[in-house]
Each structure stands twice: as structure tokens, then as C-alpha cells.
Design a binder for this molecule. Structure first.
Ligand code: UDP
Length: 245
């Protein structure tokens, strides 16, 4: 039996794909100039989408919804419909930067604070000198028009949008038909590239406590992180057949 293309976790359809398969597919998509929309979803996003029909329909319109967050992998396993592995937005971003560098592809970077974005762009220019920067703009704007005009005009191969959820998905959903690019919401990735926020070392990632590392770095995330236990309770209710959504 062929594997299902999607795995449903509490109402969200995740693409049943591992890191290697996703990158191979995106390379093909990029060479074909296919318009693509990638959502990188974690438990917090799943819960938000359950309560926000508009956001849910945007996620449903994505071409790939990848399991960014070990909670999704654990949830899928508990529900007896396992996903192959965690596919993070940040790792996908790094692989695509490498691919863009090797193939002289162009990228538009949108999001983060101005000084963070400047640092991230400097690092990208240094580490990936052959990729073409089609433009960049910080994520604190009131008027979209300059950004949209630049993307429409330059038609970059990739558009990485780091506005955090749900803003980045709303932005991509509104504009992705303007340019045949691969559009991906990348959350706080520019902060990590800039060095403003540190990524959890491998030990924390391997022991599935990346969330704790993040909490220690950014204690203000505490209330956001209460989504995790709530998500797990819903997973068990679903397993018991009590949650019908
Ligand atoms: N951000 C932005 N514009 C906004 C709100 C947030 O550019 O109006 C940026 C913020 O500076 C940070 C990223 O979006 O770089 C959000 O990072 P976070 O780790 O919170 O992402 P999430 O977990 O929400 O996807």
C-alpha cells in the first residue's frame, strides 16, 4: 500500500514527508518555477487554527504543511498515524539557502526587526555569496505596497517571510499569486541567523526539550507555551474518541 500523502493531526493535514524528500521536491518545484506555499506548523499553530476558521482555511490552501515541532511527531504517533520525522522551518531554510547559493537562485527576505534583518542579510551575503538577494524589508511596516511591488517586479525564486504566525501566513496567502516563487513562513529564523536568538544545541533537540531551551532564553514565551499541555490533552481526547474535531 502506498503511504498516505497527508496525516491529519487535530484537524490539520500534515505533509507525510521527511527532510530529504521535501528538499528534493522543492528543488524540482524551484526549477519548474512552480508557485508554492509552505507552512511550518507546531502545536501552537494547530490549536490556533482550530479556533480560527480563516486561518485554518489558509493552512488548508498550503502546498506543504510541515511538522515543525516535536509535539506534532509525538501527537501523530499517539494517534497511530506516524509522521516520518520532524522537518523544521529553520533546517529547510538552511538547505534552501545552500541550494540557492549553488544554483544562483534569488531570494526575497521579509520580516524581523530592522537591525536583526541587517545582521541576517550580512551573514547570508558572507556564507552564501552566490545567491542573489532580490530584496529585503523588515517586518514592522504599515503599508505593504513597496514590498509587494518589489516582489512582483523581481520575481524571486524564494520568498521567506519571518513575521511570526499568523501574520506570515496571512501575508503569503494574500500575495503569493503575484510571483511564481516558493513562499515559506519562517517564524523567528532571521533572529537565529542574526545571532540574536540562539538555537537549541543538538543535545536539547535530541532529548526533545528544545521548548525548554527556548523558554529559558525567552521567558516571556511562558504563556504561549501553555499551548503544549493543552495540545497533548486534546491528542489523548482524540485517541479516546472524545474529541470529534
Ligand atoms: N515579527 C515581525 N513583524 C511583526 C511581528 C513579528 O517581523 O509584526 C518578527 C519578529 O521580529 C520575529 C518573528 O517575527 O523575528 C517572530 O518570531 P517567533 O519566534 O515569535 O515566531 P513564531 O513562533 O510566532 O512563528
Amino acid at each position: 500500500m502506498s503511504k498516505p500523502k497527508e496525516i491529519n493531526v487535530l484537524g490539520i493535514n500534515f505533509t507525510n514527508i521527511n527532510n530529504k524528500e521535501l528538499i528534493s521536491q522543492l528543488k524540482i518545484d524551484s526549477h519548474n518555477h512552480s508557485n508554492r506555499f509552505i507552512v511550518t506548523a507546531n502545536p501552537e499553530i494547530v490549536l490556533y487554527a482550530r479556533d480560527n476558521p480563516k486561518y485554518l482555511s489558509i493552512i488548508e490552501s498550503a502546498d506543504y504543511t510541515i511538522a515543525d515541532g516535536i509535539g506534532i511527531i509525538k501527537g501523530a504517533k499517539i494517534l497511530n498515524t506516524p509522521l516520518p520525522e520532524r522537518v523544521t522551518g529553520f533546517d529547510t531554510l538552511l538547505s534552501l539557502l545552500t541550494f540557492a547559493n549553488e544554483n544562483k537562485k534569488s531570494i526575497y527576505f521579509l520580516g524581523a526587526k530592522s537591525e536583526t534583518l541587517d545582521k541576517a542579510i550580512k551573514k547570508i551575503k558572507n556564507d552564501y555569496p552566490n545567491l542573489e538577494i532580490a530584496g529585503y524589508h523588515d517586518g514592522y511596516f504599515t503599508d505593504d505596497s513597496d514590498i509587494v511591488t518589489e516582489i512582483k517586479h523581481n520575481k524571486p525564486d524564494f520568498v521567506f517571510v519571518a513575521l511570526g504566525f499568523p501574520k506570515q501566513e496571512f501575508f503569503i496567502s494574500k500575495y503569493h499569486n503575484l510571483s511564481p516563487s516558493i513562499w515559506m513562513g519562517v517564524g523567528g529564523s532571521f533572529d537565529v541567523l542574526a545571532g540574536t536568538v540562539k538555537r537549541a544545541p543538538l543535545f536539547w533537540q535530541k532529548h526533545h526539550i528544545e521548548w525548554l531551551f527556548r523558554l529559558l532564553q525567552e521567558p516571556t514565551r511562558f504563556f504561549r507555551m501553555l499551548a503544549l499541555p493543552k495540545y497533548l490533552i486534546l491528542i489523548y481526547l482524540k485517541k479516546l474518541g472524545i474529541d470529534k474535531k
